[in-house]
Design a protein around this ligand. Structure first.
Ligand code: NZQ
Ligand code: ZN
Length: 390
């Protein structure tokens, strides 16, 4: 652990089948007015909305509703929520849903009392937040982003065609998060497997970059193996509690600062995906999967030893009689086979990209990289390969 770090995570996690029982006690000290923020209706269909509304009423809270938060939430929706917070003097934003709802809640939290345009200040210029922050809490219904225990907030500005993620300091994290794996049982398979690739990608973005023998690396390998093992079960039986609970906790860990300690990181796959999302509005995890294989087959040569370790430790590749290149590529192939077996989409065409979009996406992507900082031309080549693949 050669790089110094400070780690603090203020999110209290209630995990398991009875986690919701803790909600009323959390309401005791959180103020009178609560914004109930949610998506386009999944929680009404599942009955979770009624359960939460009943606890809110019994606790004597004023409820302000913000419904219709879309996947890949927009800045326009953030502004709608921010206005509601100011008008109603909201004390707590309770986000119920997946990463989009929780990210939107955090964005509202920092934007409601921002002096000036929050998009420009907090997502374009990455300025420190210097205004009142409304506390956020979450009830998670989709495992993938890790938003339930981090300060991340990814927002799309439709007018500018930019999707930008910002990890705010930990005072923007949810104060508490309720994680009941059973809430994920109603997810369509498409969303479940997209979340599975998202959590894998978070771990790989941290793993494939410098500082190659840290406790963090060993933890990542372990969590990746847990995800693979549980994903295989969950794909066959989505109501297997043990598998879904392992996936939920793995996801929370995967995009949590604890999994990046003492490491520089990559995040180029996410940078490309965010711009892909800005142009296509595709499902985040599927976009990551489409980009990852051409990206890793290009970048592995710049971090060869780590890709060899990945193949051996995570995918069980036998290195006997093989070159390092062969072993590294076999690891990537094994991951692709797994991804296809899960039903994860890897075709950019299927995700709504057109050939004309590719240069626009490449030219608007933030250029990062662990082993190599890409050029826009290299990003374009990766996108073209992703576009051609099935
Ligand atoms: O809108 P509703 O009706 O809620 O339906 C949602 C939505 O259509 C549905 N869904 C969620 N839980 C369900 C359910 N349907 C049935 N049963 C349930 N239990 O699933 C759809 C997708 O939901 P969404 O919240 O968009 O998915 P996800 O959790 O994957 O979030 C994606 C967003 O998070 C950002 C992504 O870029 C994207 O904008 N990310 C946030 C990160 C963070 N905060 O740290 C990191 C990630 O890398 C990621 O960038
Ligand atoms: Zn992600």
């Amino acid at each position: 652990m050669n790089l110094d770090f400070t780690y603090q995570n203020p999110t209290k996690v209630y995990f398991g089948k009875t986690a919701l029982d803790n909600l009323s006690s959390e309401f005791v000290s959180c103020g009178d007015t609560i914004m109930l923020a949610y998506g386009k209706g999944a929680i009404k269909k599942s009955g979770l909305y009624d359960q939460i509304a009943s606890i809110l009423k019994k606790s004597g809270k004023n409820i302000v509703e913000l419904s219709g938060i879309m996947a890949n939430p927009t800045y326009e929706k953030v502004m709608e929520g921010a206005a509601l917070v100011r008008e109603n003097k909201v004390d707590l934003i309770l986000a119920v849903g997946g990463g989009s709802v929780i990210d939107c809640a955090k964005a509202i939290s920092v934007s409601a009392y921002c002096k000036g345009d929050a998009w420009t200040r907090y997502w374009l210029k990455f300025e420190p937040v210097d205004n009142e922050i409304i506390p956020v809490a979450s009830i998670l219904t989709l495992a993938g982003t890790g938003s339930e225990m981090n300060g991340g907030s990814v927002i799309t500005n439709d007018d500018m065609k930019l999707k930008i993620g910002r990890v705010f300091p930990s005072n923007v994290n949810p104060k508490f998060s309720i994680l009941n794996p059973e809430y994920t049982f109603t997810l369509p398979k498409y969303q479940m497997v997209s979340g599975i690739f998202d959590m894998m990608s978070h771990l790989m973005e941290t793993y494939f970059s410098g500082e190659d023998d840290t406790t963090t690396d060993y933890m990542i390998e372990g969590v990746l193996r847990s995800i693979m093992s549980s994903a295989k079960i969950a794909v066959k039986d989505p109501k297997d509690y043990e598998a879904r609970s392992n996936l939920m906790w793995s996801s929370t860990l995967a995009m949590n600062p604890i999994m990046g300690l003492s490491k520089t990181q990559d995040w180029e796959v996410h940078m490309i995906e965010h711009q892909l999302g800005a142009y296509t509005n595709c499902t985040h995890g599927m976009g990551l999967a489409a980009i990852s294989f051409p990206y890793y087959r290009y970048i592995y040569q710049f971090g060869l030893d780590k890709f060899v370790r990945f193949a051996k430790q995570v995918w069980g590749v036998d290195e006997t009689g093989k070159t390092k290149q062969d072993v590294a590529l076999e690891g990537i192939d094994a991951m692709e086979t797994f991804v296809k077996q899960c039903g994860i989409v890897t075709s950019l065409k299927e995700l709504g990209a057109t050939e004309e979009m590719l240069p626009l996406i490449a030219n608007s992507t933030v250029l990062l990289g662990g082993y190599k900082v890409l050029t826009a031309e290299e990003v374009l080549e990766i996108l073209k390969t992703a576009y051609a693949q099935a």
